[in-house]
Structures are given as C-alpha cells and as structure tokens.
Design a protein around this ligand. Structure first.
Ligand code: NAD
Length: 347
C-alpha cells in the first residue's frame, strides 16, 4: 500500500542514524503514537523493519497522523488511556513513552490529565516494560529545567521550576516521571533511558496547539498579524522532528543510561523566527506583540555534549530546510483562516 504522505527528508547519516539496524524484527510500543512526534517515530520504526504497536487515547493526537500507516504491515493501533493499566499482546523489546499533552495550551486545557499521564501513565508504561523485559525510554522535556539560570542547560543542572505556577502541571509531572523512571532503573529490573527533548517542530503540528512555529505559519498563510509574545527577544532552539526521532532511536539503543538532552543548540529569538517565517511565506502580515505568558522561559538552549559523546547524535537539519518541509505540509493541511490562538514563544 503506498504511503499517502510524502516522507520527511531524513537527516544526514551520523553514527546515531546508522545504529538502528537494532530495530529490525523487534517490537516497539509507542505511547502517544497519534501525536506529532509519536507518529513520526512510528513511521521511522516501521521503515527500519520494526513491528510497532501505537497506543493513544487521542486526547491531543489525531488518527489522521497515522492514517498512512494503518495498512502498513507490522503496525497495530490500540486505543488506550495509559493512566489505566494496559498491556499489549506478544513480546515487546522497546517501550517509547511519549504520551502526554506537550504544548502549553494543551496542558492548560488538560491540567489534571497532564499530571495523571506523567505520574500514573509513566508508572503503567514502566510496568509494561518491566513485565515484558523491554527497554523503556521516557520522553522528558527541557521544561524540567523551568526558567533556567544556567545557559546552555547541561543534564547536571537541576532547574529553576515554580512548583505551583500554571506550567507546573507539566514540568512537575515530567520531573516526577523522571524520578519514577530512575527508581525502576536503580531497582535493577528495567533498563531505562530518559531523554530531555527541547523544542521540536515539523509537519503534523496542529495549527491550534499554540506553539510558535505552527502559530506563526498559520497567521502568515492567512495574512493575519503574526503575534509575538513579549518583545520577541526570548530565545528558543528549534530541532526538526526527523532529527529528534533519530535521537530517540539512538538513545534507546545506546549504553548510556543517564538523562540526555536532545535538541538543536542553534538559538533564535522569537522575533527572528516570526520574520523568517514571514519571509519564507512571502506574507504581508504585520508582526504585533502580545503579553508574555506566566513563567515563560527567557532562554532555552540545550548543551548536547552528552548526546554527541554517548549517542553519536547531533541535529543536522538546517532551520530553513526544516521550516520549508513544515511549511509545505502546512499549506496542504492548515485551515485557511487564522485561529484565535496567539503565537507565543515556542514551548
Ligand atoms: P502531542 O500532543 O502531539 O502528542 C502526545 C500524544 O499523547 C497525543 O497523541 C495524545 O493523545 C497522547 N496522550 C496524552 N495523554 C494520553 C493518555 N493518558 N493515554 C494515551 N495517550 C495519551 O505532543 P508531542 O509534541 O508529540 O510530544 C510527545 C512527547 O514528547 C510528550 O511526552 C512531550 O512531553 C515530549 N516533548 C515534546 C516536545 C516538543 O517540542 N514537541 C518537547 C519536549 C518534550
């Protein structure tokens, strides 16, 4: 059955992207499979010859993201809420735990579900890995560093997190998920990996998820004002999704068991990003400024020394190439009218 969506341009082969022969004829469970990163991960695992079981409750994901995979041999989809104990039939070699709302708008809409999936969802995914003797990978986040006081952020930095602010439902859920994962690792029964993903962008981000890249693209395509939070001087480091997926696969197979940052160390201000997207779309949109959300980090930049050293991984997709692929996709899939969401700094 032909794939209905054009494949991404995959990053240049590095030691990390060459590793995944390890996935041929293996079975991987991906929680959060119908989401943005999860759907790309499923696709890449299938390309590498793995059997994939995608698990999702469709809270923020969409079956459309998987429609091109559902008739591909080796792919199964299960509708399950991972905050309740769940299992899958047959042997499992890897559990990739990605289930969780990820954008600030989504976790503001679903605060309790976010806390639950970070806590109970992670416990249930770990118990599945434990029962199946599978390797477990937690998709954690740069948000565990909060509004960081150290730049760039190395894995040894413990963060600057407000435990009761509006973002805490996500930040603290992920910090708890890391604690739980480390507990399983220390107890010796389960081989675990923790990756701290920094801002990732690419095709299949929802136009209304509130993150800067899709929001700016949608506003530019609709000819609406591009709304930048604050004065636009806050920075983010944007990693193309194919690079992030290569990093997840490298981390899952590497011997390195400590948390590892996955992200692109190239920093860009939100104003520069808005200007770049406006130029690439040829849009005449004005750029306007809206208030910064509470606890919005002023700078985000990963230190990827550990990923380079232990995974042989680094991002290789230039921002303009990644934005071009994202834009091509958005032109086919985004609604013509800009939504009411404001383009904030990416999260
Ligand atoms: P997404 O919202 O597109 O995907 C998350 C998926 O998890 C969705 O399909 C959703 O329906 C599913 N889900 C949520 N709760 C669930 C539950 N209880 N049971 C089953 N499925 C559930 O988000 P994403 O951007 O693809 O992020 C994927 C993972 O990567 C998340 O864990 C997120 O924290 C992490 N991450 C993403 C980024 C990024 O820039 N996108 C950055 C850091 C970390």
């Amino acid at each position: 059955m032909p794939r209905l969506q054009p494949p991404l341009t995959h990053p240049r082969e590095t030691a990390a992207t060459a590793v995944p022969a390890a996935f041929a004829r293996r079975t991987a469970v991906v929680t959060g499979a119908a989401g943005f990163i999860g759907s790309h991960l499923c696709e890449r695992l299938l390309d590498l010859g793995a059997e994939v079981v995608g698990v999702d409750n469709l809270l923020t994901g969409r079956l459309d993201n998987l429609s091109h995979l559902r008739s591909v041999g080796g792919f199964r989809f299960q509708t399950d809420d991972v905050t309740r104990p769940f299992t899958v039939a047959g042997p499992v070699d890897f559990v990739f735990h990605l289930a969780s709302p990820a954008s600030p708008l989504d976790y503001a809409r679903h605060p309790l579900a976010t806390l639950k999936v970070g806590a109970m969802g992670t416990l249930n995914a770990l118990e599945l890995a434990d029962a199946k003797h599978a390797r477990f990978l937690l998709a954690s986040t740069s948000e565990v560093y909060g509004d960081p006081l150290v730049h760039p952020q190395p894995e040894q930095y413990w963060g600057n997190v407000n435990p009761v602010g509006p973002r805490s439902v996500y930040d603290e859920a992920k910090r708890y998920a890391e604690a739980l994962t480390s507990c399983f690792q220390r107890s010796g029964g389960t081989r675990t990996r923790i990756v701290r993903i920094f801002n990732t962008y690419g095709p299949r981000m929802r136009a209304d998820d509130g993150r800067a890249v899709p929001a700016f693209i949608q506003q530019a395509l609709a000819g609406e004002p591009i709304t930048v939070a604050g004065d636009g001087s806050q920075t983010r480091s944007l990693c193309f999704v194919a690079d992030t997926v290569a990093g997840l696969l490298a981390a899952a197979t590497a011997e390195h068991a400590d948390p590892v940052n996955l992200g692109n160390p190239h920093e860009i201000t939100m104003l520069q990003l808005a200007e770049e997207i406006r130029a690439m779309t040829g849009s005449a949109s004005a750029i306007t400024f809206v208030p910064l959300p509470a606890d919005d980090p002023k700078r985000r930049c990963p230190d990827i020394t550990a990923a380079r050293a232990h995974l042989g991984w680094e991002p290789t997709t230039h921002l303009r190439d990644g934005l071009r692929q994202t834009l091509d996709w958005a032109q086919q899939h985004f609604p013509r009218q800009a939504s009411a969401t404001t383009g904030r700094s990416a999260s």
